[in-house]
Ligand binder design. Sequence first.
Ligand code: 9MJ
Length: 683
Amino acid sequence: MPPQGVVERAAWLRGEIERHNHAYYVLDAPTIPDAEYDKLFRELQDLEQQYPDLLTADSPTQRVGAPPLKEFQPHAHGVPMLSLNNAFAPEEVEAFDKRVRDGLETIAAIDYAVEPKFDGLAISLTYENGIFLRGATRGDGVTGEEVTPNLRTLRDIPLRLQGEGWPKRIEIRGEVLMFKADFAELNARQRERGEKEFANPRNAAAGSLRQLDSRITAGRPLSFFAYGVGLGSDAVAATTHAELMDRLAAWGFPVAAERRVVQGARGLLSYFNEIGEKRPELPYDIDGVVYKVNRLDWQAALGFVSRAPRFAIAHKFPAEEALTEVLGIDVQVGRTGAITPVARLKPVFVGGVTVTNATLHNADEVRRKDVRVGDTVIVRRAGDVIPEVVASVPEKRPMRDLFGGEPLQSPFELPGNCPECGSRIVKGEDEAIARCTGGLYCPAQRKQALWHFAARRAMDIEGLGDKLVDQLVEAGLVHTPADLYALTVEQLAGLERMGEKSARNLVDAIAASRQTTLARFIFALGIRNVGEATARDLAKHFGSLDALLVADSDALQAVPDVGPIVAASIAAFFGEAHNREVIEGLRRAGVQWPEGKPEPAGPQLLVGKTLVLTGTLPTLKRDEAKARIEAAGGKVAGSVSKKTDYVVAGEEAGSKLEKALELGIPVIDEAALLSLLEQGVQE
Ligand code: 9MJ
């Protein structure tokens, strides 16, 4: 039972705090300075911790996220929080193992408890009588910042220890971190709200934990893993670190599933390699592994050198992130014309290699991260992934004068023209990727354009494969597809792995491709968004290349299945003078096809209507009827369903007619179809 007056005091504190909360949050009119409020709040928290019976479910201390604090309070750790010495090379690990054996005066292989090294924030949690009392960051190892209300919002941190065997007062040591998936989700959310994104899970975890307003922390997906005990460790019934970890798990703390006990330096190094391989699949970031002498009495015997234990070491992976300076921002042109901004960097050693360039992905990303020339940036190279600029460090941005003012460099702008061919660069409103419009003319896109041109479904040039295209371009023999038709046997026979006979065959195949169809030719041009089917539709609809060349967006959209995006791609392609030059070059080289009459682009009277043809019509052939319905914007389906608008029935109509009658779908004859095509649906 709490002493006299304590129950009353707690009740009074609850009333006061609620009153101030209401004034602060609801009325927006604070009635007390923040520091005073903090005092009341802490007093109530302390009372409730001391006398858990006092704690009521509705106490303001039980809210998820307490009201903002003015500043963090210092917290002296019961036992200092150690740092670990680092090892990067196998020899350093062997030297560590040797020091341990020398210290223990043994030649036997040592048992080591090994575990991943979480890349988060070290914290210490104090429990009294099994109740979570206080939590603090590591700080300088001796004194940290108290972040109790924030830590209370973490579901991984037990407010009351489970099981038994915990000392009256104990400090649990561990790491607060953010899982990779949670980090990605948080950043997506920040982006949607137009708020700042975090550079990596570690920064996100640190930023989330060091919030004066714990309601913000409560909304952040933080996790916790325990890896040690500070004060009270000697009162835990465990003789090894592994047993200690088992106790922590039994009391309700998450502990690393990958922890293990291994023997000797060899065991350490093979664990390092094993975790290194698993690293990309782990749900959280780690920056190495930690080796600890397993026997606790041996740990005590080895003791400490300055602030780091002699019994443990961190074996770190090469850093995946580093700071460096942006010397310039260039753009690269991909094989499909996609423009990628690339940061030229002051060389920096990261992820085990020296990095001088890093991708900035696309123009929107550069603007979002606001990376400018001269900026100091965080560069990341994880595994074999291409190096990327993660974020710019705004505090280090060069300014016009010492006292701030304007930044020296303005925000990044995409160049207007392709650095490879000078063609215009365009970017759709809601597209992330900007593209060079050079198409057939752009050297960066040349190989891709030629592979496509020669493909079986395009100009069908037998024997002109990817490798040969590469050779032709690299030898400077071919710039545009039109150059293919000027190649000679002598030129080709001079290429690697190309005999006289295959050179002759290729020249013949190229010559044979001169006679083609309009549909193949349109497809071969490699216009964005124009596949084989669209090329066929365009050829059929316009009948001649000249008719297609002059078609504007509206005229293009009269073609079945051509919408505004495809129409824009086509118009943009033919709008580029150099693409027209290549087309002219091909015609001059003798590329030809039989030209037909353009199909009249009739009025679009059947848009949105689905018709089914069945039986033999008196005058119209089936294909003809289909073409005219499609030319009027209608669809021809193969079977009758509730979505069918009309069934056009001729002689010997069969089951489709029956189905139409069954479903009550209008059945019309050829005459009615012709009137539909001319006058549309009379409703
Ligand atoms: C991390 N960061 O995962 C220790 N750590 O032990 C592990 N850190 C540590 N142990 C003593 N697993 C001091 C720090």
